[in-house]
Design a protein around this ligand. Structure first.
Ligand code: MTE
Ligand code: MO
Length: 220
């Protein structure tokens, strides 16, 4: 067989259908783990760190880091999708399922919406139903090791099925509400819900997102 024949017979690796199903529209796959956030990386003392659950609940509670580490632990492998167009497959996070967390903390929410509060002042909103899925975690570890400080140590939320801006790093508060109020990015032109497969990036007109915006950021 000559070269031309061989090339003709070559199977062109068209987009792997499995990959096409996993990669939301307008996203680019990366193997690196970009670091994206507003503001400074907080410094903590785990002895004084707390997570507060408040708002529309039957009782408000404040938990210590030891309380959370004593709760049932889950490891998930998930894909993550940032609105600045990078996606990363097969990320392994360990922590406490949001659902299990509420049960273990002994909190019954009355409100159907949640405002997630991170240090220093970052917020993201979500419907409670979105946080009750199997793969929503309060994560403390990535790939079997504690999160690095820039990726949200000691505790971050992981909501794989929504754009990654909902996955609040340095999580300090979970506030239940009766209405779906917008968080930080949601007040700044981004979608209230943020489903990457429906390309729910913006609340109104498309904002310009340079395709390589995240390429200029830090990685680890
Ligand atoms: N507290 C806090 N959490 C945050 C952010 C932030 O600015 N502050 N940025 C969000 C955005 S836009 C993304 S894409 C992810 C990035 O997480 P990573 O730095 O671990 O990749 O964190 C999300 N969580
Ligand atoms: Mo993002």
């Amino acid at each position: 067989m000559n070269k031309a024949e061989r090339i003709k017979r070559m199977r062109v690796p068209a987009v792997d259908p499995a990959l096409a199903r996993r990669l939301p529209p307008g996203q680019v796959l990366t193997e690196r783990f970009p670091i994206l956030h507003e503001g400074e990386v907080p410094v903590y003392d785990l002895e004084t760190w707390t997570l507060r659950v408040f708002g529309e609940v039957d009782r408000e509670v404040t938990l210590s880091y030891a309380d959370i580490m004593a709760m049932p632990q889950t490891t998930i492998t998930c894909d993550i999708h940032c609105v600045t167009r990078w996606s990363r497959f097969d990320n392994r996070f360990t922590g406490v399922r949001f659902r299990d967390f509420l049960a273990a903390a002994g909190v019954t929410p009355r409100g159907r919406y949640v405002m997630l509060h991170g240090d220093y002042g970052y917020t993201a909103n979500a419907a409670l139903a979105d946080l009750e899925r199997d793969d929503v975690l309060l994560a403390h570890s990535f790939d079997g090791a504690p999160l690095t400080d820039k990726h949200g140590w000691p505790l971050r939320l992981i909501v794989p099925h929504l754009y990654f801006w909902k996955s609040v790093k340095w999580l300090r508060g979970i506030e239940f509400l009766n209405e779906n109020n917008p968080g930080f990015w949601e007040q700044n032109g981004f979608h209230l819900n943020g489903d990457p497969f429906r390309e729910e990036r913006f609340s109104g007109e498309a904002l310009p997102i340079p395709e390589d915006e995240w390429e200029k950021k830090e990685f680890d």
